[in-house]
Design a protein around this ligand. Structure first.
Ligand code: V47
Length: 354
């Protein structure tokens, strides 16, 4: 173990095997190693943005066992927003100072490709300053398959219609066996990585998530991180890694075990250590709880996402995020935990130190 600790302390990259062994370290040793890296990179800064999540439809062709958001036997209330409804949300949000809309939908085969794409152009035409973060690799794969297009063609359309950056959703867990069990038929791991590679080749940025705390084992998490690290070595296009804690309510995975706070913090710290080429690690308060996200700032995380305003995917599965968080409260929580709240734009340019 000492050699692994020495390697991390001297800034050397860990192998897959060493990454798996990190889980055997005690929480405080891991925290210290991760916090040293975080402090070297960002000092006491904790980044956030003023954003609005919009989930325009929950009608989905795919069946992911962990998902409580898509309309199904457990969630019979289907909805699909019109473009006007989406634009009204963006208008109200802009009025409150929101600078990014994060738009993620289910895979709805009834709307047509235009419904997905044209709303971005309409947003950009009416609100040119608004950053549009939209379409996960899972949605892009769905649109390509459904409408007989290549990934390149869908990505060209995104660029033409004004999408600025891609969110990190749909990555789940890359291990093929686990993936087959939790979300068979959805975008494969290789496809997810390929789509992000193509997006990065256009000079664009994206994020990467990892859904953990369900049926996967610890070594699957390390494998997931290594696959991301390899792509990042090639493209440098990822901004942030976001470990998403699995929420257990209203879905078909039926996981009984509870992930301990200790393991969530360890995973946060291990992400910071393993992903030495990712600028940011995000503690997404929606799935980790606010308090644990604040503690995560001392375990490698330097970003807390944002105010969110409304959120449907994770809150459908039990997260306490349906109504976001008021800006003043968000800033006060970061300050009270001993960190410096830095409002950023979607690409991590610093806008205001609060
Ligand atoms: O891809 C679905 C996850 C993701 C559950 O890029 C669940 O900045 C926990 O990707 N328990 C969507 N998670 C959210 C997402 C995201 C969130 C915040 C920031 C960014 C970013 C991206 O939510 C899905 C899926 O992995 N999810 N069901 C669940 N039961």
């Amino acid at each position: 173990m000492k050699s692994i600790i020495d390697k991390v302390a001297s800034g050397q990259r860990l192998t897959y095997e060493e990454g798996v062994r990190l889980y055997d370290l005690d929480l405080f040793t891991l925290g210290k190693l991760a916090n040293d890296i975080r402090t070297r990179m960002w000092g006491k800064k904790s980044f956030f943005n003023i954003n609005r999540h919009i989930n325009p439809t929950n009608v989905c062709k795919d069946i992911c066992k962990f998902c409580a958001f898509s309309a199904s036997r457990k969630n019979p209330n289907q909805y699909t927003m019109t473009h006007e409804e989406i634009l009204e949300i963006v208008e109200e949000a802009q009025g409150r100072g929101v600078k990014e809309v994060h738009i993620v939908s289910a895979h709805n085969p009834h709307t047509g490709l235009e419904w997905y794409m044209e709303v971005f152009a309409k947003i950009k035409a009416r609100f040119p300053q608004m950053h549009v973060k939209a379409l996960t690799a899972a949605e892009i794969n769905f649109l390509a398959e459904e409408y007989g297009k290549s990934y390149e063609e869908i990505i060209d359309m995104m660029v033409e219609h004004g999408v600025d950056s891609m969110p990190g959703g749909g990555a789940e867990i890359f291990d093929e066996k686990v993936r087959d069990y939790i979300c068979k038929g959805k975008v494969t791991s290789d496809q997810w990585l390929e789509i992000h590679r193509l997006w990065h080749e256009r000079g664009r940025h994206s994020n990467a998530t990892m859904l953990f705390g369900h049926v996967e084992e610890k070594h699957h998490r390390i494998d997931h991180m290594i696959r991301l690290r390899e792509l990042q070595d090639e493209t440098g296009g990822f901004n942030t890694f976001i470990p998403l804690v699995y929420q257990r309510e209203n879905n078909f995975l039926n996981v009984k075990k509870f992930l301990s706070s200790q393991e969530i913090l360890k995973t946060m710290a291990i992400s910071r250590i393993m992903l030495d080429n990712f600028p940011h690690i995000k503690a997404y308060w929606v799935t980790s709880t606010v308090n644990l996200a604040l503690v995560s700032q001392e375990y490698g995380a330097d970003d807390l996402d944002g105010t969110i305003e409304r959120e449907s995917i994770n809150s459908a599965a039990g997260a306490k995020s349906a109504h976001g968080m008021p800006l003043e409260e968000f800033v006060a929580l970061i300050k009270n935990s001993g960190f410096q709240p830095v409002e950023r734009d979607s690409l991590y340019h610093e806008l205001k130190v609060w």
